[in-house]
Design a protein around this ligand. Structure first.
Ligand SMILES: Nc1ncnc2c1ncn2[C@@H]1O[C@H](COP(=O)(O)OP(=O)(O)OP(=O)(O)O)[C@@H](O)[C@H]1O
Length: 230
């Protein structure tokens, strides 16, 4: 059974103007599906719909066969243990006024209801997984470079041990050398944890490097069916 399946997904921010217009795709367990497209083609909107940040106006989103298209807030919170997103801009995606440790521990406290000590231990372990020393938990996001912040954002996405990560241009805001480090980290994490990725990018080279299959989005529609990377 596919991990994620989109069937005829439509999203319109204004009535009768869909920016995602009948997208079908499948992400299988353990694979990386690339969603490639130019700016404005609707890639981020697809990713946001998958994690419940925008409401679809049509079609279906299935996660392990369960229809989550109109999942309630409570169900979405439960799904956050299986389905997470990493955004393009790590500066904007971490709260600057909270320590890294507090941001990473929050879902463990709220969703898993872990006691403080157990949450801190899990935070230290997940930071180590992404190549950051546990001491960073006591610091604020302003202390870190873009690449370090993206590692921390990946750690936050992993803290609840999800099966699928939507990666929305996670390296586009980074310097080239740092981009490569983050892509290699994502590959390592996939091998270690058996993760699946829906990897959103405008960069064909990045997609070719990372993805098992690729679909191309243009004007909100898939123009090329998923095939093996060439
Ligand atoms: N919250 C929103 N409200 C209204 N229109 C939006 C919203 N978000 C995106 N759009 C519009 O939807 C279209 C698709 O945007 P989207 O961000 O999904 O594309 P994208 O392929 O991810 O582009 P980029 O790489 O530039 O982010 C664009 O025309 C955009 O202006």
């Amino acid at each position: 059974m596919p991990l994620l399946e989109l069937r005829g997904l439509r999203v319109a921010y204004r009535p009768h103007h869909p920016v995602v217009d009948g997208v079908d795709l499948v992400v299988r367990p353990g694979e990386t599906l690339g969603l490639l497209g130019a700016s404005g083609s609707g890639k981020s909107t697809v990713g946001h719909a998958v994690v419940g940040l925008v409401r679809p106006s049509g079609g279906r989103i299935l996660f392990r066969g369960e229809d989550i298209t109109h999942a309630t807030a409570r169900r979405r919170r439960a799904l956050s243990t299986r389905l997470q997103i990493v955004f393009q801009d790590p500066h904007g995606s971490l709260n600057p006024s909270r320590t890294v440790g507090s941001t990473l521990a929050e879902p463990l406290r709220v969703v898993r209801r872990l006691p403080r000590r157990a949450a801190e231990a899990r935070v230290a372990a997940v930071l180590e997984r992404v190549g950051m020393p546990p001491a960073v938990a006591r610091r604020y996001p302003g202390a870190f470079s873009g690449g370090q912040l993206q590692r921390i954002a990946i750690a936050r996405a992993l803290v609840l041990e999800p099966e699928l990560l939507v990666c929305d241009e996670p390296t586009s805001a980074l310097d080239l050398s740092v981009q490569a480090q983050i892509l290699n980290l994502l590959l390592d994490l996939q091998h270690q944890l058996g993760l699946s990725y829906l990897f959103i990018s405008h960069d064909a080279d990045v997609v070719r490097f990372l993805c098992h299959r690729v679909v191309t989005l243009r004007g909100g529609r898939i123009t090329e069916p998923a095939g093996p990377r060439s």
